[in-house]
Design a protein around this ligand. Sequence first.
Ligand code: OOG
Ligand code: NI
Length: 466
Amino acid sequence: MSESQFVSSNDIRTRFSQAMSRMYRQEVPQYGALVQLVAEVNAQTLAAEPGLARQLSESGEIERLDAERHGAIRLGTPAELATMRRLFAVMGMQPVGYYDLSVAGVPVHSTAFRPVADAALMSNPFRVFTSLLRLELIADEALRIKAASILERRRIFTKGALALIERFERAGGLTAKEADEFVAEALQTFCWHAEATVDGQTYDKLQQAHRLIADVVCFKGPHINHLTPRTLDIDAAQAAMPRCGIIAKEFIEGPPRRRCAILLRQTSFKALEEKVLFQGDDGRRSGTHTARFGEIEHRGIALTRAGRQRYDQLLADVRDGAVANEDAEAYARRLALAFEAFPDDYDTLRREGLGFFRYVLTAQGKAAVGAADFESSSRELEDLMAEGLVRAQPMVYEDFLPVSAAGIFQSNLGSVERKHYAAQDDQAAFEAALGAAVHDEIELYAQAQTRSIEQVRRAFQAPVSA
Ligand code: OOG
Ligand code: NI
């Protein structure tokens, strides 16, 4: 089989995320309403903010915006996580980042599967926040052993999906027909199964240990629990949600609204109650389960380690200063006030090394290096920028935030679910389960910035042919 007969991983990822979106729209109808709302808000925002429209079209993000989604799943065993890594690899998605959520009272640790190469991100940045249950955090030993044995028995991947993953690994790609089969088979793992694998009593016990534990352990597979479109104005979208009959979470997670958006802001709507059929004859055949919700996100510039440290510190200060029964507006005011200490223009973010940028030739720069009388030179980047030959584009943050993720988890589990775990983060155990190391997300942005600078340097040292 020649390589040209294979479809690209980008293509498989796009087919998969579209199929997932169609499925979730049917399973959770409010998701469809949310996607429509976000499309309207984005169109209005682009019309009202020509500067933002230009920035997004220069970076190429405008092309991917309508397709841009992230989702989340929760897995039960190391073997499930290891196979999930291979499944996502077929779609060009790799594990990026390690998130320990036990500190926030959620007994999981996580990574995000997403594309990492510049071109793949621009083609479709589909990301899946993937958590692994930490069974060792169930205090009741009998319950822990029971949960482990239930999970040990289930098979979350279809035979067809496993065969196609192997085929991909052996042949180095999938044909168009195989890719379609793969998408259909893989989707089975993420769909909702109303039939629980346990009886009602076991469900209740696991639910008492932690609602998240019941969600992971009691079902045939890791149903996708939300799918998130990207909005260009999260405040406008949040304000419009009630009009569409959607009840949003009160606080927007993450940084405050700013002229130059940083990192990631997120809000969600409450999980819906779905009918469940239990196994066995403990007298309870049916019940309900709440796990699946909707979320929107507003993405801004990726921060360097220094920028991220400052963000984390400011956010921690704001959270430490929380007063009892504070409403969303009062919180937003304190948040905005605290973040006045964080520069809010791209030039300062760049000069102070707080944000990541991609350096590109301007039209003038391209004309200069393409001209017949071009003379190569090794001028400083800053000089090339001052002369209008090179421009710095803010790099979009492609990842997640642990404090925000915990807030999203909590809001959907009910605030009473804040358990205290004396656990340590355990990236080594996570990576052992995964069967691979996770990428360091900040390193990826730093590399992308360096690559862009090298490209600019090469262009000015020798004329580029178009
Ligand atoms: C994942 C919550 C985290 C985000 O956007 O931060 C998340 C979950 O509830 O499984 O999706
Ligand atoms: Ni999410």
